[in-house]
Write a protein that binds this ligand. Structure first.
Ligand code: AMP
Ligand code: TRP
Length: 348
């Protein structure tokens, strides 16, 4: 994790990690390697960690209510199965802590239209479509994301590469708020984008992100896939006919091959160089079955545990409710102080 030297403006904030996942579809291997696995490792470093299932973000595009409920529980089960524990981290769904929406509104008044217009995710999501028909929430989404983070004075936010620009915007919002009101109230949050799997790509097209919204199920590994399906998808993954090279430079123009090496490294807890050290000169006839075995070995315990947890939705709801109480206790004083700084009367 990036060090925060005592001279930075964040010195007065105690280290606290916050991150969020949208429960807008099933979890993929990309979510697991790029988010869940890393998040749980952070919890194990002994830093306070807060993880949020951002259901208010999810409804920026249409969500069937039953599906949203199921996906929220599935994401919670994914966190718990990946090792998140009550003792070490707070896990909750966003809408149960109303301070997110309240601070989000304040930040809508701090952020500028021009900043939002420059967000590449907004541009991607409206590309080729009529932007006039996108929800206002989708446009304002990064400002709610800034609220999620700053509501806890979080100093570090682990995410995948795709979220870097939103974190820069979070820093801009904190800076502008602090400047406009002449305070040093919000920390300037550091993104934590590290490891071999900050961008897991599609198994069918190494230039596209593995995503739950890809129409092709073969493009991704879902955390609900059974062992046979996982192995089959890896064996069928698109590759090329060349053997694996000695160094990562040799994979520069081979996105599919590079992706499989990255996935192997992340699952095995190795560097890419170590993986190539073991497999240089071998073709995919050898590498893919080994990767399939590794993926099944690492993912099966998690998918099985997730399925067990999903049998008891009431217990998941209870865990989320208890997490929301703890999150709320941290968030409320920060929201109250923000509103006071902005000149609002808080007399009860
Ligand atoms: P999302 O599912 O888009 O809400 O993303 C939740 C978290 O998973 C974020 O930290 C993302 O950056 C991360 N993530 C999603 N897809 C991938 C992927 N294909 N590779 C790496 N990280 C990912
Ligand atoms: N925008 C993030 C994504 O799509 C999810 C998210 C919402 C988030 N709020 C957050 C991530 C706060 C980190 C911190 O992946």
């Amino acid at each position: 994790m990036a060090d925060t030297p005592a001279t930075t403006p964040n010195a007065k904030f105690k280290p606290r990690i916050f991150s969020g996942i949208q429960p807008s579809g099933g979890l993929t291997l990309g979510n697991y390697l790029g988010a869940l696995k890393r998040f749980v490792e952070k919890q194990d470093e002994g830093i306070e960690t807060i993880y949020c299932l951002v259901d208010l973000h999810a409804i920026t595009v249409w969500q069937d209510p039953d599906a949203l409920r199921r996906q929220t529980r599935e994401a919670a089960a994914g966190f718990i199965a990946a090792g998140s524990t009550r003792k070490r981290s707070i896990l909750f769904n966003q809408s149960q802590v109303s301070a997110h929406a309240e601070l989000g509104w304040v930040f809508n008044c701090v952020a500028r239209m021009g900043w939002m217009n420059r967000m590449t995710q907004w541009k991607d999501k409206t590309a080729g479509k009529d932007a006039e028909k996108a929800s206002l929430g989708l446009f304002a989404y990064p400002s709610l994301m800034a609220a999620d983070i700053l509501l806890y004075h979080a100093t570090h936010v682990p995410v995948g590469e795709d979220q870097r620009q939103h974190l820069e915007l979070t820093r801009d919002i904190a800076t502008k708020f602090n400047h406009d009101y002449g305070v040093d109230f919000f920390p300037i949050t550091e993104p934590v984008i590290e490891g071999a799997a900050t961008r897991v790509m599609s198994l069918r097209d190494g230039t596209r992100k593995m995503s739950k919204s890809d129409p092709s199920d073969a493009s991704r590994i879902n955390l609900t896939d059974d062992a046979d399906t996982i192995a089959k998808k890896i064996r069928k993954a698109k590759t090329d006919a060349e053997p694996l090279p000695e160094t990562m430079d040799g994979l520069a123009d081979r996105p599919e091959a590079k992706n499989l090496v990255n996935i192997y490294a992340a699952l095995a807890g190795m560097t890419q160089a170590e993986v190539l050290g073991d497999y240089a000169g071998q073709g995919f006839g050898v590498f893919k079955p080994r990767l399939a075995d590794l993926a099944v070995e690492k993912l099966s315990p998690i998918t099985t545990r997730m399925q067990d947890l999903m049998q008891d939705p009431a217990e998941i709801d209870r865990i989320l409710g208890a997490g929301a109480d703890r999150a709320d206790a941290i968030a409320q004083p920060i929201l109250k102080r923000t509103l006071e700084i902005a000149g609002m009367i808080r007399s009860r």
